[in-house]
Design a binder for this molecule. Structure first.
Ligand code: RUQ
Ligand code: CUA
Length: 659
């Protein structure tokens, strides 16, 4: 098989060399013939980088290899995933609990890797839920969502999740300003200016366990926070948020929020905020938000409803927040590896302003203000400005850095990535994208130490780039080699959902820590069955608990009788395998649920309420062995009030339950 594949691939690559002249015009010449090799990772060989890509409206995160662009995994985060039983099994349902109840979907825009000393460390990756404001932490040993915390006083958690250089905080800014949760929200929408507020949330992260907690929030004027990045190095202790709609419009934002020539970047002194917290300057206000954690020993999530949050008032505490004017509805807000330069990208601007952290501090010290906005001092534009990149392109969105003094900015309107020098602000190179690029990613590109071999552009529109698939076409990523002076496109590949931000990290920082299976002896699930001999079926009134095991290639028990209409049946399936990559699945005919996909050593539970009298087959859904098709069984459902006792069997040993 493999040799055939290699041959085919080699032929295809050869064909790529020779038929270039017959390529359709629209495919462009962006990828030169020799470059396919650069993205080629031979079958059986590992990629150099993991690429953790936000899934946008899919609500999930996907994991690709670079440079191959091969998709390895979709990690369920904020949306239910029937493929893995996420949000369907009793154990995972609490992960999606919120103050609004169970929410099965969200919109994940940004991924952010944990950092130590300003460098990506490969322990966790965070993601934001844009719709029902939440932040998730994914464990990169298990590639599972380990924790989700909801954010009160927020709506549209877009400016999130961005972290400080030792992962002390994950920070989130609200996109929509709204009346605070504890205020009366039943007010006219056109009282935005008086009644709507913008909240910034600081989520603390425990050093060893990664456990999150909402440490405090800062109440800011009602505007739209769009994106952010933490300061680093010399600017560690500060956070920078782009804001639009400083017009404070509440209708037809397209026009009304584009009136002012400049909106703001909000600089937040979070070390100062910490001092105020210590000095008791924060108010504890009532709020309701869910905090969900997945326990790796019980293989079960729990959801706790929190009741209050500490809030600092930016207006009253004068020196936490400052506004810096930034042209034309800024979107991305990026800080270079030294921490000195802050890049604001105005969606409607034709230049890129670069601010200087040192100048900003001097301006604050010298009170070089241009009045204030809603009680927050506005620093004079010129006083904080390092310089402007002139005529870089149209519609700058996001910037990443290579650690060699260069910045790379995406341009949505002019569909290109532009490389420029941070010191002299001169444009050095530009490369087209196909088309309408949003975010971009360089491994470690927002950290102190980028690994600048590749750049990936994430495109919103692909038009004619791929085979048509009906009214909706795929979004895509494009990979560039940036090791030389000029960017060179070497690959493009379709993505899951709509990718926004993504991060990439050297595979060496993750691959050897990957969990291979869970130790069955350490399984503390309440309903674990640690061996076939302990498998049983227990009736408690109309609730039936099935303690079931799975191992290649059968379930124990595989026949169950005595289930009656009106029963609620819980199948607690423990996968007894102690080997890498041997999940078993579990599905029952007619179940209004998804399958379970149970990892080796894990227990997962399916709730089932039979809707009919009769025989219901169940089976393993994951091709686990040559006799996988034999991995099945039957459940007999009798009428309500029937005298059929609970019994269960495997082979000839049939057990009749006593109760
Ligand atoms: S956004 S395409 Cu949701 Cu990060 Cu800029
Ligand atoms: Cu177990 Cu297929």
């Amino acid at each position: 098989m493999k040799t055939n594949l290699t041959k085919i691939l080699a032929l295809l690559m050869l064909a790529g060399l020779t038929i270039q002249s017959c390529k359709p015009k629209n495919a462009g010449n962006a990828s030169s013939s020799g470059s396919a090799e650069k993205a080629y990772v031979a079958p059986g060989k590992y990629d150099e980088f993991y690429n953790l890509v936000s899934g946008g409206f899919s609500g999930q995160m996907s994991v690709y290899g670079l440079p191959s662009g091969r998709l390895f995994r979709v990690i369920p985060v904020f949306s239910v995933d029937p493929e893995k039983g996420y949000g369907y099994s009793e154990e995972t349902k609490p992960m999606l609990n919120t103050s609004h109840g169970f929410v099965p979907w969200d919109d994940l825009h940004h991924t952010e890797l944990s950092q130590t000393n300003g460098e990506v460390d490969g322990r966790w990756v965070f993601g934001n839920a844009n719709n029902t404001p939440r932040v998730a932490r994914i464990d990169l040993a298990s590639f599972k969502t380990a924790e989700i915390i909801e954010l009160p006083n927020s709506a549209g958690n877009h400016s999130s999740p961005f972290i400080t250089e030792n992962t002390e905080y994950v920070v989130a800014g609200t996109r929509f300003s709204v009346p605070p949760d504890n205020a009366n929200g039943d007010i006219p929408i056109n009282t935005y200016k008086e009644n709507f507020k913008g909240y910034i949330s600081f989520i603390s992260v425990k050093k060893e366990s990664g456990e999150m907690d909402l440490a405090f929030q800062i109440e800011c004027p009602g505007v739209n926070f769009d994106l952010s990045h933490a300061g680093k190095g010399k600017s560690n202790g500060w956070f920078f948020f782009s804001c639009y709609n400083t017009e404070q419009a509440n209708t037809l934002l397209e026009v009304n929020a584009s009136q002012r020539d400049k909106d703001f970047i909000m600089a937040v002194n979070w070390k100062k905020a910490e001092e105020y917290i210590k000095a008791g300057k924060a108010k504890r206000i009532a709020a309701k938000y869910a905090h969900n954690k997945y326990n790796e020993k019980t293989h079960t999530a729990t959801s706790e409803m929190k009741k209050d949050v500490l809030v600092l008032d930016a207006k009253a505490l004068k020196d936490i927040c400052y506004f810096i004017p930034c042209p034309k509805s800024p979107h991305g807000c990026d800080v270079d590896p030294t921490g000195e330069y802050i890049v604001g990208s105005g969606k409607l601007a034709a230049l890129i302003p670069v601010f200087s952290f040192d100048k900003m501090l001097k301006a604050i010290e010298g009170k070089q203000f241009d009045g204030s906005f809603e009680g927050i001092p506005v620093i004079k534009y010129e006083a904080a400005l390092y310089g402007e990149v002139k005529k870089p392109g149209l519609g700058p969105l996001h910037t990443e850095f290579d650690g060699k003094g260069n910045a790379y900015t995406t341009f949505f309107v002019s569909s290109e990535v532009v490389k420029w020098n941070i010191k002299d602000l001169k444009v050095l190179d530009r490369a087209p994208t196909y088309y309408s690029v949003g975010h971009l990613c360089i491994p470690g590109g927002d950290s102190k130490k980028p690994n600048a071999k590749y750049l990936i552009a994430y495109n919103k529109i692909t038009k004619d780039r791929y085979l048509p698939t009906g009214p909706e076409l795929t979004q895509s990523a494009q990979l560039y080699d940036i090791s030389g002076d000029k960017m060179e496109m070497i690959l493009d590949f379709p993505t899951i959902g709509e990718p926004h931000y993504a991060q990439a990290i050297s595979a060496d920082l993750i691959k050897d820590r990957s969990i291979k299976f869970y130790k069955i002896n350490e399984n503390e699930n309440k309903y674990v069955t640690k061996g076939e001999g302990q498998a049983k079926v227990v009736r408690e009134g109309n609730v039936v608990h099935v303690y079931m095991t799975s191992i290649r290639s059968h379930f124990a028990p595989d026949n169950i009788e005595g289930i009656k209409m009106g029963d609620v049946v819980y199948f607690h399936v423990t996968n007894l395998e102690q080997d890498w990559d041997v999940p078993h699945g579990f599905a029952i005919k007619g179940a209004t649920n998804a399958e379970l996909l149970i990892m080796p050593g894990e227990t997962q539970t399916m709730k089932w309420e039979p809707d009919k009298v009769g025989i219901f087959p169940m089976y393993c859904t994951d091709f686990c062995s040559a006799l996988h098709q034999e991995m099945s069984g039957y459940i007999r459902v009798s009428p309500k009030g029937s005298k059929v006792p609970i019994s269960y069997s495997l082979g000839k040993t049939k057990t009749i339950a006593k109760n």
